[in-house]
Design a protein around this ligand. Structure first.
Ligand code: SF4
Length: 298
């Protein structure tokens, strides 16, 4: 999930208001190599710190420190979309394993210094869909054990596009997570295919079934993430969009719904921001269904 990677000036200001020293960007790198062994680039495994009202003072963990690997290819993805558009990943070419992630986290915490004690969240997010990583569950468990072992009261979160919520790996990882932010931009199948461009085999009805079951087997907080937008031929923020999503959200029973629009240059130039007025109307309809809705930026 690409939304969590920018430390902006408003985040810095919020962090200062929260009594944190102005956060320095901390990035723990992995050398990404092609299968041939040729070094390509150094891309972050651990990045941040970020400051948001949703997750507080946080770090992100990026499980794909090479090409973006995602089961979606969203038209608004500011990373340029999935460089590898897959439903499953057999082998991680960057070779990330629990040990490498923990070492990167260790160095990031060292560099945070005394601010590490103020850290409120660590989130799996970043360059693509984290649940596609072949060692996702092992890594989540290792990070949980590491932060608990250090006595840090940190919420461990997952930002996901929701395409693999019923997979064995995610089921295995959920007991170690405190927070799941799950993407659901629309519940209209044709809009889902246009907006999210899922890899072949991924169907919206399966995602909705898995989201509806999530509350039954996950005891942390669930946030739905909805990106509202428009293009020349499509919008996903009208009355019926909101009504239909609200009806389904009642079955999912999320703790909150987070509404956003496009804020970085999207992959496709035809994508435009949803007007703020429509975002507020959309939020009102969801609230009428009893949902706790937050519109960002606030
Ligand atoms: S889910 Fe969409 S926005 Fe997120 S990384 Fe994948 S393609 Fe980009």
């Amino acid at each position: 999930m690409a939304n969590e990677t920018r430390l902006r000036s408003n985040e810095k200001a919020s962090a200062r208001r929260a009594g944190l020293s102005a956060p320095r960007r901390i990035v723990e790198f992995a050398d990404y190599r092609e299968p041939s062994g040729r070094a390509l680039s150094r891309i972050a495994i651990v990045y941040g710190p970020l400051y948001s009202r949703r997750r507080g003072f946080s770090l992100g963990i990026n499980l794909f420190p090479g090409p973006s690997i995602c089961s979606f290819n969203c038209i608004y993805c500011f990373r340029g979309g999935a460089q590898r558009h897959l439903v499953s990943v057999e082998r991680d070419e960057a070779g990330l394993d629990p040990g490498r992630v923990i070492r990167a986290l260790y160095h990031a915490l060292q560099r945070l210094g005394s601010d590490a004690e103020k850290l409120q969240a660590i989130d799996f997010s970043g360059n693509g869909e984290p649940t596609l990583h072949p060692r996702f569950a092992e890594i989540v468990k290792a990070v949980r054990e590491y932060i608990d072992g250090k006595g840090l009261g940190i919420s461990l979160g997952l930002f996901t596009n929701s395409s693999r919520l019923c997979s064995p790996a995610v089921r295995e990882a959920l007991p170690y997570l405190d927070h799941v932010e799950a993407k659901l931009d629309t519940v209209v199948p044709w809009k889902f295919h246009v907006i999210n461009q899922p890899a072949p085999g991924i169907e919206l009805h399966n995602i909705l079934e898995c989201l509806a079951m999530l509350r039954g087997f996950f005891h942390g907080t669930i946030a739905l993430q909805v990106i509202l937008l428009e293009t020349d031929g499509l919008t996903n923020y009208w009355f019926w969009d909101a009504e239909q999503l609200a009806s389904l959200a009642e079955k999912i029973s999320p703790d909150r719904v987070n509404l956003y629009t496009v804020y970085a240059p999207p992959r496709q130039k035809i994508v435009r921001k949803a007007p703020r007025l429509h975002m507020e109307r959309y939020a009102t309809i969801l609230r009428e269904h009893g949902l706790d809705v937050h519109v960002y930026p606030e």
